[in-house]
Design a protein around this ligand. Structure first.
Ligand code: AMP
Length: 174
């Protein structure tokens, strides 16, 4: 077994001062390590009968697609405004300064379908909280939320109740 945390590269002050950026490219470029990460995430959500795996732009797509392929499930992208070509619904969410928004195709999920939300990293939880709202508007049944990395000290998990959340790597501080 690889210690996954050893394959994450920390980049201080990127993209701005004070942020410790967790670079996952050093993990995903290593085939056996990437495979272990996907297998470990899959184990957390196996046997839930997941229909679609929702990946959040952009690093979430990498993990969502690999997981969905493993289960024979579909992949659904959640993207920044203006990127998806067909009719979308949108949710705005607060940032430290100002707001941002994300979109999903209105026909991406059918009512009652079981979905798993996947992103590379949980920070404040704002992006995933907005994704939950989008999926609830479409009538999805959210069966879980998975991350490669969770920044525990930002308490993002609090925003994601009552859904089951699993992360493979935890950071207690910057
Ligand atoms: P949040 O909405 O605050 O939970 O932010 C989550 C999104 O921002 C994820 O899609 C991450 O890829 C990205 N992100 C936030 N903080 C970091 C960080 N320290 N290192 C790498 N990515 C980050």
């Amino acid at each position: 077994m690889f210690a996954l945390e050893n394959y994450i590269r920390n980049i201080p002050d990127f993209p701005k001062k004070g942020i410790g950026f967790k670079d996952i490219t050093t993990l995903i470029k290593n085939g056996p390590v990437f495979q272990q990460a996907i297998n470990q995430l899959a184990e957390k959500f196996n046997r839930l009968g997941i229909d679609r795996v929702v990946g959040i732009e952009s690093r979430g797509f990498i993990f969502a697609a690999a997981l969905a392929f493993k289960w024979g499930a579909g992949v659904v992208p959640v993207r920044k405004p203006g990127k998806l070509p067909a009719k979308c619904i949108r949710e705005e969410y607060a940032l430290e300064y100002g707001t941002d928004a994300i979109e999903i195709h209105e026909d991406a999920i059918e009512k009652g379908q079981k979905v798993l939300i996947i992103d590379d990293l949980l920070a404040t939880g704002g992006t995933v909280a907005a994704t939950i709202k989008l999926l609830n508007r479409l009538g999805a049944e959210i069966v879980g939320i998975g991350f490669l990395i969770e920044l525990d000290f930002l308490n993002g998990r609090k925003q994601l109740a009552p859904y089951p959340v699993h992360s493979l790597i935890h950071y207690q501080c910057e």
